[in-house]
Design a protein around this ligand. Sequence first.
Ligand code: SGN
Ligand code: CA
Length: 522
Amino acid sequence: MSNSKLTALCYPLVGTAMLSACGTGKKAEQPEPLNIVYIMTDDHTRQMMSCYDDRFIETPNLDRIAENGVIFRNAYVANSLSGPSRACLLTGKHSHKNGKVDNHSVFDGNQQTVQQLLKQHGYQTAMIGKWHLDSDPTHFDHWEILPGQGSYYNPDFMTPEGRVHYKGYVTNIITDMGVNWLENQRDKEKPFALFLHHKVAHRNWMADTAHLALYEDKTFALPDNFYDDYEGRAAASKQEMSIEKDMDLTNDLKILHPDVQTRLAKAYELGEYARLDPLQKAAWDKHHQPIIDEFVAAGLQGEELVEWKYQRYMRDYAKTIRSLDENIGRLLNYLEENDMMENTVVIYTSDQGFYMGEHGWFDKRFMYEESFSTPLVMRLPSSFKKRGEIKELVQNIDFAPTMLALAGVEIPADIQGASLLPLLESAKAPTGWRKSLYYHYHEYPGEHAVRRHYGIRTERYKLIHFYDDIDEWELFDLQTDPMEMDNLYGKPGNESIVNELKAELKRLQIQYEDPVLEKYPL
Ligand code: SGN
Ligand code: CA
């Protein structure tokens, strides 16, 4: 074993026994490499996970992960969109470095990835579920992925052997595949990294028929800024992700009726709705028909209509999360019953956050808190000393180096994220952790019309520059204005904080080598 490898092993795999052996000249006890179960959902936001926010729903099984480990209060993504987030995860690099800047560019799977490095160091690697990188997975011993966004019902999967059709509900199927791989398909002599990527809770929020009746009696409170007028925020005023204007009555809210003609009605009727088999369709129609009839008869307008849309949206989204939560419970039970928890780290996160009516929106993309943030909880073996809340600023570019550190693999110098292990190893926060995060969203022109922007977030402030066809800056004081309604940029008294933040933004753009700095020098 080379020295560098030994150093790497001595640090992260700790166990006290291991640490005390390091550097003493005594023969080190060989620690068992840790297994990694990385679960990532799509568009699951902190507002809909009870260990973060208990206003709306209960998620007891997701909360179980945090209860037996840690909850990150300040976890963020680098670019709030599916494909780019997945590329950040696999490479540990910002979008401009890994090349997957938006949902249309093709990910180059020949570049260095976390699964490649893990595999080189003896790990079994598996990728199951939503992939969304437009090129085939590389360096996985096993993969079964949804084509594109995939389907909620009776989904197809792509495998190295070709396309396979499944019957049932996608969240159950992905969990079954994960458990089946753990139980029957892997080499049990080797440590493993399982990437389980759910489709839930992506638009158009199709619930499992088993959960259709849930939340129907519940009225969800409107966020305080539901009727935002976007004053002083030009980019926010130009988006196309409003519940009022852009949420589709048929595709998104399942009102399939000849009197309701919408832009996406045919996409729903010939798409997700048409995939239901006769039994599923019978349950679906039985539940939805009375809602459709009542809606058409009511002829809602104005605020009544938009608030009706909000309630349906919240209910459907909540139902898909119920299914997820039950399936997370099933997977945790499997790991517990098979005595795997003492050598397995379970990571739960999403590809980004989402708007649940804040600013009047659904979707993501903006650097505002709801979509810039992402849930992040980890279940940890007892050898890790940290439990409870972690408040440091962390980002999805940190996931790859964290997995490498868990595996005792040296972290290549070109990885831009930082291992989170120092935050997990001791009850005390490490000194010298990052004080600011960098963000860059690239997909414009594009669906939902969110302008390109980059920015910086510190513990207290956020500075954003929207560029390309507009040139607008925004400054928010998150302490006094957590909902980001009052753009302080250009208002007297904020000059010095703007200058400080711009200097820090420039430092990050240089550190991460973002070429945007050449075009918009700071
Ligand atoms: C689809 C959705 C969009 C969503 C993108 C990206 N439209 O195109 O609302 O923003 O995916 O989502 S839909 O009518 O087809 O549902 S991402 O999570 O994959 O980035
Ligand atoms: Ca997503």
